[in-house]
Design a protein around this ligand. Sequence first.
Ligand code: PAF
Length: 274
Amino acid sequence: MKLCRRAAELAEYRGTVGFVPTMGALHEGHLSLVKACREACDTTVVSIFVNPTQFNDPTDLKNYPRTEAEDLALLEAAGVDFVFAPSVEEIYPTPDTRVFDFGGLDRVMEGEHRPGHFNGVGQVVSRLFEIVRPNKAFFGEKDFQQLAIIRYMTAQLGLPIEIVGCPIVRDTDGLARSSRNTLLSPEHRAAAPHIYAVLSEAAKSLRGTVPVDDAKRIIAERIDANPLLKTEYVEIAEADTLRPATDWAKTPGTLRCFVAVHAGPIRLIDNIAF
Ligand code: PAF
């Protein structure tokens, strides 16, 4: 495995190139992306870069877990060929002032609640795509809205990169794997699986039985029944356009339910097919 700090060091690729962008603090979710990438491509490149432009909350950026030595050991064991772990100056030699138009995909849910977040994601992912020049790039469905936005951006920029979405990886108790889980207190960690328990029960019993708005309210009430959790939003939207569903019968596409929940100071997101 070759560790590269500079863009120019990424050279001598073999065959098709797969790319897994990360912000480090790696877990099973990331490793599932690496596995999918290795199965589909001859060369696997993973980036580790905590991108400052996508954090709308400076405390979140400061506290974001950074575990580079452990990450490198995991990636070596996983059979990765190149790790790109650049400095902020390497990615942004001058401030990135580009403003993206994501066709409205960024106006709901995470985009609405974290202003500027997806513009920062667009900046870093387009820059990483330019540097790494992959044939395929792998993203987890836990960040379902991010995946939709990256697909849109890649098509809009006309980049010849196939965007591959990979299923959410969960702990045995149902909590979606996230780098932020390590920041949860033991009490909040114990409470957090309640989110998926509510979502999976709702996916079985609520679709079509009550109006969409009632389903969203009921899901929020059920999550908030745990005193350690506080729902920020519940949305039920079309999986491809992310347009909020208003009426089960009038919604043609596959639906997904999306939530953001505060577990003490840590904000968790999750989603499920609905
Ligand atoms: O999903 C993430 O970890 C980040 O948003 C990404 C795609 C690596 C861009 O910084």
